[in-house]
Design a protein around this ligand. Sequence first.
Ligand code: CP
Ligand code: NVA
Length: 333
Amino acid sequence: MESLIGCNFLTLKDFTTEQIQYFIDLSVDLKEKKKKGIAHEYCKGKNVALIFEKTSTRTRCSFEVAAHDLGMGSTYLDPSGSQIGKKESIADTARVLGRMYEGIEYRGFAQDIVEELAKYAGVPVWNGLTNEYHPTQMIADLLTIQERFGTLKGLKFVYMGDARYNMGNSLMIACAKMGMHFTACTSAKYFPNEELVAECKEYAKESGGTITLTEDVLEGTRNADVLYTDVWVSMGEPDEVWAERIADLTPYQVNMKALKNAKETAIFMHCLPAFHDIKTKIGKEVYEKYGLTEMEVTDEVFESPQSVVFDEAENRMHSIKAVMLATLGGYSL
Ligand code: CP
Ligand code: NVA
């Protein structure tokens, strides 16, 4: 396998099936070490910068804990706490941070920005979510699926909701690379763009996977191994889109009917945060305006024994640790 040391981690498109499997296997190894209390400070003396132009709970905490466990220092730059984009260009920021840090995480808007950062930084850059892709989430998700089924190849993976954004795009790429059967089950308006679908069909040809797009919920969810959804309105999108999204995507809510139509052994996944009740500010506002008490997933499914969302959240940390370690070097399997 081609070495991962020094590589950027911007989208799974850039990695082979073997390299993706390596990230997963390294995550398994690091998770075991963490659980057993075996120290793994393989990157002692290094430092990483964590740039967040959008908010985060899981990704930020995962990078900070993982960096600490690997023996590294970390600096968190919040959406308002740096000059990035306002007083200083991405190229200049990259060249400054590249002089001080061994790696840089970036969460923000267009994929072009993280690519520009990577072009100039001279150290590995990790994409912590852009509008187009969320690749660190993919390693956690694949790890979670592998833990449940022992394998990835051949599984039927169904994504319901807005399949044109970071999560839908990234999951389609991840499944296509790993020989899984990916179905986007949603209104045609929310299918991933044709160019990406064509690209993923090529990956799938090689890996033995398939890509299916359907508006039919019964057909889409039938015999599924995994049902996956994400919020209907993503960070950075305007509030005005809520009404349209609710109207378009309510038929594609993950509810008990959809889950029962999947295999008995099926699992429910969500990258989180999720709107499954009205215990959040936005959840309450949507309830007051549109009368919905749950959105992309019902509370019943979210809280069911088939839901693995908190394993998935924990796995963010182990897999982000693996991504940093594999690209910084210091230990390999
Ligand atoms: N899943 C995920 O990326 O969560 P955060 O937005 O909390 O980082
Ligand atoms: N699609 C969501 C994912 C959050 C992890 C967003 O971009 O807000």
